[in-house]
Design a protein around this ligand. Structure first.
Ligand SMILES: C[S@@+](CC[C@H](N)C(=O)[O-])C[C@H]1O[C@@H](n2cnc3c(N)ncnc32)[C@H](O)[C@@H]1O
Length: 259
């Protein structure tokens, strides 16, 4: 069987973010739940401006738009943004989707809310991660809020090897590895057995290293947000309503920072 390597857009974006994500049982209900949580926690009303950072294929951005929120959303993957744009169009929804890097995108004093969902924070070195928070701060109106939905570093999921059947073949995902001294969750190696094309598809080095996540504790993230200029920082233990206090055993660490 032929073996080929693919980069971020071809492997990760298309196979993982679009095909694999949509095959997860209950994913639509999960998205509904998280969107309702964000709207209530950020105090958003129809017509308010929201920025969805690292929006992937726009699953949540489209739901926010359905609920009357004025959504701008971006991702580094052009492939995902094209998919998201097509989906919004087919549903007759207006979402301002664009390709961009969270280290660079900034809209001075524009948004009432900014969301960074599914632990899409911590991809870079510490200075760049700090810079992402500063960009968010600058893009919020006074009193606006940034919501980060992160893994709880004290209660990480039990990562396991999984096989998923997709339309063309089978996806094998290896467990994440925790690099304790670096405080990093290392990218999850994956292999796609493309039965239709008769080949094995591997993620290349770039696609893998792009997937590392720095795991910050609540204390660290509070310091970073205060350094970025935020006035107050709150923590919650789940990304659904009702809002629960954050503890060492919480399923998530949701951070809400107010400008
Ligand atoms: C875990 S996914 C989350 C997608 C979506 N927010 C969700 O909850 O389903 C992480 C996303 O971050 C995007 N990403 C990675 N680096 C980025 C960067 N520098 N700027 C913007 N997006 C980035 C990836 O392309 C991917 O879609």
């Amino acid at each position: 069987m032929e073996i080929v390597e693919r980069g971020w857009d071809d492997f990760w974006a298309e196979i993982f973010r679009v095909k694999h994500r949509r095959s997860i049982p209950g994913i639509n209900e999960y998205d509904e739940m998280i969107v309702d949580f964000c709207i209530e926690t950020l105090g958003l009303s129809p017509g308010d401006e929201l920025l969805d950072v690292a929006c992937g294929a726009g699953d949540q951005s489209i739901l926010f738009a359905k609920k009357g929120i004025n959504v701008s959303a971006f991702d580094i993957s052009e492939r995902l943004i094209n998919t998201a744009t097509e989906r919004a169009k087919s549903e007759g929804l207006e979402v301002n989707f664009f390709t961009g890097d969270m280290r660079e995108v900034e809209f001075p004093r524009r948004f009432k809310g900014i969301v960074i969902l599914s632990h899409s924070f911590g991809f870079f070195n510490h200075e760049e991660n700090q810079h992402v928070l500063k960009r968010s701060y600058e893009s919020l109106v006074d009193g606006g809020r940034l919501l980060l939905d992160l893994m709880n570093p004290y209660n990480l999921p039990r990562f396991q090897k999984t096989w998923t059947k997709l339309d063309r073949g089978y996806l094998l995902s290896e467990p994440h590895v925790i690099d304790a001294t670096a405080g990093m969750l290392r990218g999850r190696p994956a292999t796609f057995i493309d039965v239709e094309a008769g080949r094995i598809v591997l993620a290349n080095e770039d696609a893998l290293s792009n997937n590392d996540i720095r795991l910050y504790t609540a204390l660290e993230i509070r310091n970073m947000l205060q350094t970025a200029g935020f006035k107050s920082v709150d923590f919650y233990g789940q990304n659904k309503l009702p809002r629960m206090p954050y503890t060492a055993t919480s399923g998530r660490m949701v951070v809400v920072a107010t400008k």
